[in-house]
Design a protein around this ligand. Structure first.
Ligand code: GAL
Length: 418
């Protein structure tokens, strides 16, 4: 081989190495519970954006709406010293993971992306541990929605309710007409979701804050709480016999296919309507749950990021954090997911009427003081307190205890969980 050929081969070899190292990228293993049709479609947006930058997505999906199973799995992975790169974790739990000293610092990405300027201050603060970003917010969901099939209401000659008294009237007619009035999933987190929506409507925003955010004993065990519990339980007679254990998206499907008239659920339900090709306003109606018009129970999804050793994995992790906050992801993900963007400077034109109402009411409820954190979706209280409320509510919904005895139990159980 001539010297020239050797030189040429060497140059070629170096160029190959350089090309390979510039495209070599890391892997992110992402724990989440987005497994329904609409959810899977939404999370696929993040996967493809990361893959477009050369990174690898290792999916760590743990089925189970509301994420309780996912959180148990996450804990055991971290405890065994093998955390994923990122995990879907929300609200006060972010602080608890911060205390464990396992989270990475995302300040450099946040600064480059201007997160402090783009996020509502309360959201930015919730993503920080001791002043440093350890989590990245994805979206804002509104919990207190009612999803209606207008055709079923029309066939039953029922009016869409705006009050809980109106709900009983409508539900009776719908039942008589042979439809299921309320599509319901009998799982603790879904029962708690409907319960908190009733508390907001029947008790009003101030009562909701006292009872389910401040967990004030006098509010938990009060005549108003008794009324809330009774209203909540009155829904049960309008659900079908297969409700127990049903997944939330299967309940949404009952509204989509005209078996049921309505579902009380957060706007991740909208993701199911969207995935089924349905349009709001014609195929389905999204309205505030009875007596909650103008109030906004918020649920913000976010990912915490764990310490990773490997440089390439760190690059991929930073890319994931950056991409989540970029307009492209915020738009496509939220259109699919049924939520609204968390960054405040987004173009409104890609969003439909339901999303725009949510966007407007997010702002207006914040001005009025009726923007409230969801207890059921981990925004309001620590997991132990949330768990205590879940236990009392699920036992009440599925058992024979009176509303008065249950209110007393709420006070007691919450106190001992604190
Ligand atoms: C919520 C989560 C939503 C949605 C829902 C059902 O807790 O914030 O994004 O996925 O559970 O799984």
């Amino acid at each position: 081989m001539s010297l020239k050929t050797i030189k040429r081969s060497l140059i070629f070899f170096c160029v190959c190495i350089m090309a390979a190292s510039s495209t070599f990228a890391g892997e992110v293993e992402v724990l989440h519970w987005w497994t329904s049709g609409g959810e899977a479609k939404s999370v696929a947006v993040l996967k493809s954006l990361l893959e477009a930058e050369g990174h690898t997505w290792k999916d760590f999906a743990v089925a189970g709406g509301g994420g309780d199973t996912a959180m148990t799995v996450l804990r055991s992975r971290v405890m065994s010293g093998n955390p994923p790169t990122a995990a879907q974790v929300k609200g006060p739990q972010i602080q608890q993971w911060g205390d464990e000293d396992v989270l990475t610092n995302l300040d450099v990405v946040a600064e480059a992306g201007n997160w402090d300027r783009l996020l509502p201050k309360a959201v930015a603060d919730a993503m920080k541990y001791q002043g440093h970003y350890v989590a990245v917010p994805v979206n804002v969901h509104r919990v207190n929605w009612m999803w209606c099939n207008p055709e079923v209401f029309r066939k039953a000659g029922a009016k869409i309710p705006t009050t809980w008294a109106g709900f009983l009237e409508a539900a009776e007619k719908i039942k008589e007409a042979g439809f299921v009035p309320v599509a319901f999933g009998g799982q603790a987190w879904q029962e708690a979701t409907v319960f908190e929506t009733v508390v907001l409507g029947v008790g009003g925003p101030d009562f909701y804050r006292k009872a389910l955010v401040e967990t004030d004993s006098a509010a938990l065990n009060s005549p108003t709480m008794v009324k809330c519990l009774e209203t909540f339980k009155s829904i049960k007679q309008y659900t079908d016999k297969d409700a127990s254990g049903r997944d939330w998206n299967l309940a949404t499907a009952m509204v989509i296919n005209g078996k049921a008239a309505m579902q009380f659920m957060g706007d991740w339900a909208k993701g199911e309507f969207t995935a089924a090709g349905k349009n709001s306003g014609s195929d389905y109606l999204a309205l505030p749950a009875p007596q909650t018009s103008g109030d906004f129970l918020f649920n913000i999804d976010s990912f915490i990021m764990f310490n990773v050793k490997d440089d390439e994995a760190k690059k991929a992790q930073n890319a994931m954090a950056r991409l989540i906050m970029e307009p492209k992801f915020q738009e496509v993900f939220n259109v699919n997911k049924g939520s609204i963007p968390v960054r405040m400077d987004m173009d409104r034109s890609p969003f439909d009427d339901t999303a725009l109402r949510s966007l407007d009411e997010f702002t207006s409820s914040s001005v009025r003081g009726t923007l409230l954190p969801s207890m059921a979706h981990e925004m309001a209280v620590f997991p132990a307190v949330r768990g205590a409320i879940f236990d009392v509510i699920t036992n009440y919904y599925n058992g024979d205890a009176s509303a008065a005895a249950t209110a007393a139990q709420l006070e007691e159980q919450v106190k001992s969980a604190m």
